[in-house]
Design a protein around this ligand. Structure first.
Ligand code: FES
Length: 62
């Protein structure tokens, strides 16, 4: 649902922020358990850099 909402907002050129949830083991940026792929191809740590991101920062692959 988050992916669809983000896609519709981006298609309509409407700024969109998303709050993401994932499993977090350390919460410090050390274990890489919460990583997602960013739109630029780099990993993003949901625990440390988020959990709120601009929708266009995330690679929406699923
Ligand atoms: S929870 Fe360990 S890096 Fe984010």
């Amino acid at each position: 649902m988050m992916r669809i909402a983000a896609r519709k907002a981006m298609d309509a050129d409407i700024p969109c922020m998303v709050s993401l949830e994932t499993h977090m083991a350390c919460g410090l940026g050390a274990c890489l358990g919460c990583t997602l792929t960013g739109a630029d191809g780099h990993y993003i740590h949901v625990c440390k850099q988020g959990p709120v991101f601009n929708a266009d920062e995330v690679a929406w692959t699923l």
